[in-house]
Design a protein around this ligand. Sequence first.
Ligand code: BGC
Length: 754
Amino acid sequence: MFEDYKNSSLPIERRICALLAGMTPEEKVGQMVMGAGSPERARQLIQKNFIGGYLHAMGEHLAEIQRCAESTRLGIPILFGVDAIHGHGLWKGATIFPTQIALSCAWSPVLAETMGLITATEVRATGPQWVFSPQLDIGRDIRWGRLGETFGEDAFLAGELGAALCRGYQGNDLRHQNAVAACAKHFAAYGDTVGARDSTDSDVSRKKLLNDYLPVFERVIAEGCRTVMTGYQTIEGIPCTMHRWLLREVLRERWEFNGFVVTDWDTVGLSVRKQFIFQNVVEASAAAVLAGTEMAMTTEGFFEGVLAAWRKGEIGTGTVDTAVANLLRVKFEVGLFDDPKKRYPLPEREEIIYCAAHRKAALETAVASCVLLENNGILPLRTPPKKIAVVGPNADDLFAQLGGWSIGAPQGEFADPIHPRERVVTILDGIHSAFGEASEILYAKGCNAMHGTDKVADFFLPHQPVGYLDEPEGGIGEALRIAEESDLVVAVLGDTQSQVGEGNDRSDMRLGGDQEVLVAALQKTDKPMIVILVVSKPHIIENILGAASAVLCAWNPGSEGGHAVAALLKGEINPSGKLTQSWPRSIGQQPVHYDQKPGWHATRFVSESAEPRYPFGFGLSYTSFAYSDLQTDKETYHADEAIRVRVSVKNAGEVDGDEIVQCYVRDVVRSEVAPLKQLKGWAKISLAAGESQEVCISVPVASLGFYNGEGEQVLEAGEFLIMVGPSSENGQLLSKTIAVTTAANHETTEGNTI
Ligand code: BGC
């Protein structure tokens, strides 16, 4: 019976069938459309197209649109999605966490899950039930504008953190008031577009996809992630939105995904206008739906296109019904049909957003995300200097502090594009509050993060915060003046939002504007200098290293970043973050990642080493950790077992600290060239000064396999080298060889398909 869809005691699948049976073709296809824009625009779309999804509407705007949807014949509620990427950044005054790359440097699923839960809570307070996160692209080339949105270069780490973030968003039950549906994006291989040019082609084979770029999605889908967003890019010339193998064979058949697939912004239309592979939107819409796309984000003409193709018989009724069923399933699961509260913003939202508990979590995350890159012993600052000169473009810059996907960043249009000043603790604020009583603090911006002439892209210009327009008062001269009269210089350097995100790929990754000149000038004062990097991603910092007594990378640390940095400078907390993206010496080294495949000429360039400045997994502490006694529980393992790796770690210094113990594995001889090491496990431990701990990391033997050219997953018997240590750097790793046999009860040297 049609009305059964309203009966919350019936199983969801039955309710979906009942509803589908009563829907007109237009109502069905309407569910596949996602709109954007003003309530007026929404009203038109609802009345004309019966749209199923909407993005970036929140608060009263959202409520107005939802009421309009409820007044239609079937009253199917709209699912509202928002880019809440590291906190609910597009809501004015929300709690902003460090960006995804920063979060990854904490190597903490617990912190990732907490960030997810808090973000979901703040998002729900303003209405939406869906977030376009986690971002599961693998970081490859730092020139890419969006590298800071990734979890870095390692697929295993990204998968675990993505799964944790997803757990935080979705909880155990999507119907819960604070739960939102997550969205794994940008399916797939977006991080590997040619030359780091955003949205172009990822020229990657199926084998590479299977080995390097799909496992992270598989992990997060296995965690229960309910939606997937196709990327802008093409894979070997096929747009992801029309990639049947990716969407049907891999996602639906192999991984048994039963949520829904949404496109990125207008990818259906762009396949006509920018990729030139269809004559018109009707053709493009049909191809997208046939390939397995279920909801189109903002494409004009998609609604009409799908209906036309359906009427012509190019798309079957079964295909449309399955797509709509997948969409409705998620709507039922999040409770949209049954819980009126779940459809609207919460009246008590102001008490929820930016509350003390959320700020505390943002602070904890920011502290754990910072990576200490250099320290000649100047840090921590146990005795406060008499006078501190704080200089640099990012010392007191809200936008750089909060990072991409927050108001003011390139991606959102806002009438008043700035978060409330009192809700952002800049580095300067943090230093004031931590050192202000004992030290005199002087401040001069010195220079901008970018010259006006550096700006070439005009993609987002009108509402973008720009770090270069007004030359700071006094310029470098003023910075020098205050440095001369101080005992310590803290130079806060980095990039600006105009150099970050979509449309903002870079060809040069040195610090912009006059920052290198500023540092060189400051160096002449002979004052000790600590550099804090407020950056969206690794930069080329070779020209400033000689001048700095210490370098702390704070990334875009979010609302509480200033407090986090100050606590680390003071030594109230010991830095523990470790890099998740190899930090290159020069832009010519790109791409450089620790799990590149070996060759014999690739170990150096003519003019420099091929090794990055700081390797994957690297980060300093105020203490030192000694590793010894690497053991495994057995010498030979079967495919269905786990290797229990044990190592003894001692805090050999004088202060307490956290350590990230990393376990890499190498297949000693493989029939296809393999990376010389791949991260297979890690443990984060806290050790008091002098304390030792035996750390145990479990590595499933099945995770040591790979995909061959036929797309089969293979585990080859033989020796595997287990390496454990504080980073991916060879000299620091203890190692031990174990054997894997692929036959359950008898020896074999053949490869076995798992
Ligand atoms: C981005 C996505 C984002 C979407 C909606 C696109 O331009 O690539 O990451 O979720 O816009 O804002």
